[in-house]
Design a protein around this ligand. Sequence first.
Ligand SMILES: NCc1[nH]cc(CCC(=O)O)c1CC(=O)O
Length: 307
Amino acid sequence: MKPKTIRIGTRDSELALWQAHTVERQLNALGYETEIVAVKSTGDLILDVPLYELGITGIFTKTLDVAMIKGEVDIAVHSMKDVPTALPKGIVQAAVLERANVDDILVYKGNPDFYTEAATIATGSLRRQAQWLNRYPHHSVTDIRGNVNTRLKKLDESEWNGAIFAAAGLERINKLPNNHITLDWMIPAPAQGAMVVVAMEHDAFCREAVAKLNHTPTEIATHIERQFLRRLEGGCTAPIGALASSIDGAIRFEGVLLSIDGQEKLHIEKVIPPDADYTNVGNDCADEILQNGGVELMDKIRSQLKK
Ligand SMILES: NCc1[nH]cc(CCC(=O)O)c1CC(=O)O
């Protein structure tokens, strides 16, 4: 009997294809036959509206979810931070790959010493906007959309001083420019820098194959970060950052919720000792933030985004 070829679903951007080929190579090394199926996602087609105004989460993943449910692909590869915290019924997380660089970076134009002056920084992310304005209240932030290549080109053709990117995205496609600064003070998006492979719950063959690619420390870190996000936002989008990193067997978690204008900031930091139970840390940290002004702040954010 001919062995089953695993059809790998992916978006068709350069970054998405790089990620899908990485998964393909790892499956091939384990002896599995594969085929890449690239699709255009709604999120890539609507480029003139800010992401948060589209009002639905999962805009980058929905097309592939549908393709997988229809049986057109067997698995799908995503940047994990683009995946809604609740997966559609019947779809499961089959593996989280080892995380790359988690940092956000600023690609700047001209003189990078503009921090004390007026400046315009481009980002389509509420989280980046809020954290930038919190640190540089005298700057303005402008929206930018499109895949990584499109955004680099838009920055190049603009009058903006800089634009914010995930380092992982630029490094993967070898497009990290020299004129960049690592924003080590900015808390990344939950699961930034991690790739996830999803499969159909009933597909034992693919789940078993893909499970071999799982990297447990990354799975644990992203579990905590996404649990924090899910409990805090309750289905709506908000400026939320979260990072769990391991230090000598312990896990250090840092989470943040900001107002859209960056003026209010609720921050939490916790160290989970080695071998302690981490399964509810994300929920506990979110609850602590909610009890310390987070409920009111989330209400305010929701009413502002509805307008
Ligand atoms: N929202 C788009 C997106 N989704 C994943 C990445 C990069 C890779 C990653 O963060 O895992 C990017 C680009 C960016 O944020 O600049």
